[in-house]
Design a protein around this ligand. Structure first.
Ligand SMILES: Nc1nc2c(ncn2[C@@H]2O[C@H](COP(=O)(O)OP(=O)(O)OP(=O)(O)O)[C@@H](O)[C@H]2O)c(=O)[nH]1
Ligand SMILES: [Zn+2]
Length: 210
């Protein structure tokens, strides 16, 4: 995997800390009041009085991924798997993210497969990894690459395959107004990369039982 993709895992310039200018809660709430006025409403009316505080609190949750280190999620590896070394696939991991162009949600599912080498990771950790990146401003392509790259770096597997399918609300509820269009992104690394039969194995398992 090239350096550009690797640098997407954790780019320090993407994360603002207090030391390099993170605004205060009051400043963030004031920014929400400005946007409310921009939308044409009156932030002083009763129904909106507590809205800035709620929005800021919601942002803490929706963008909590900036405060998490994706590498820590995969720290714990279980080595005793009786020699299991075939594909592990967790499919249909639901996520909500926000596109970095419009700050509007994109919603979908991620499917993650890897060939373990030195043990396996807890299955829930793969779903947690999706959320670390989903809960940041994103493009779907970057999120897909970041998930694959983190697994590759942290678990050193024989191969990783990540497929993400999502609907972008910035295409559905505004702009081009195409409801239901879905975007599929896929990132292969290691043994999947240039091997059509490995990729076919992944797609077969992904479809299995449906
Ligand atoms: N490649 C990619 N594009 C995205 C993603 N999320 C949103 N976009 C696109 O980002 C583009 C931004 O295009 P611009 O022309 O700069 O912005 P815009 O005028 O709001 O574009 P429209 O959405 O076409 O109205 C749009 O084409 C979106 O569909 C994503 O995850 N990946
Ligand atoms: Zn968008």
């Amino acid at each position: 995997m090239d350096d550009v993709v690797k640098s997407l895992i954790s780019r320090p310039e993407r994360v603002v800390t207090s030391a390099n200018g993170k605004p205060s809660r009051e400043e963030a709430e004031e920014a929400v009041r400005v946007l409310l006025r921009w939308a044409g409403d009156n932030p002083e009316r009763e129904g909106l009085l507590e809205t800035p505080a709620r929005v800021v609190k919601a942002y803490e949750e929706l963008f909590s991924g900036y405060r998490q280190d994706p590498r820590e999620v995969l720290e714990r590896v279980f080595a005793e798997v009786e020699g299991y070394d075939d594909l592990v696939l967790v499919r249909d991991i639901p996520f909500f993210s926000h596109c970095e162009h419009h700050m509007v949600p994109f919603v979908g599912k991620a499917h993650i497969a890897y060939y373990p080498t030195d043990g396996v990771v807890g299955l829930s950790k793969l779903a947690r990894l999706v959320d670390v990146f989903a809960k940041r401003l994103q493009t779907q392509e970057a999120m897909t690459a970041q998930i694959a790259s983190t697994i590759e770096t942290e678990l050193n597997p024989r191969g990783v395959a990540v497929l993400v399918e999502a609907e972008h609300m910035c295409m559905s509820m505004r702009g081009v107004l195409k409801q239901g269009a879905s975007t599929v992104t896929v990132q292969f690394s290691g043994s999947f990369r240039d091997n059509p039969s490995e990729q076919a194995h992944f797609y077969t398992l992904l479809r299995g039982g449906r």
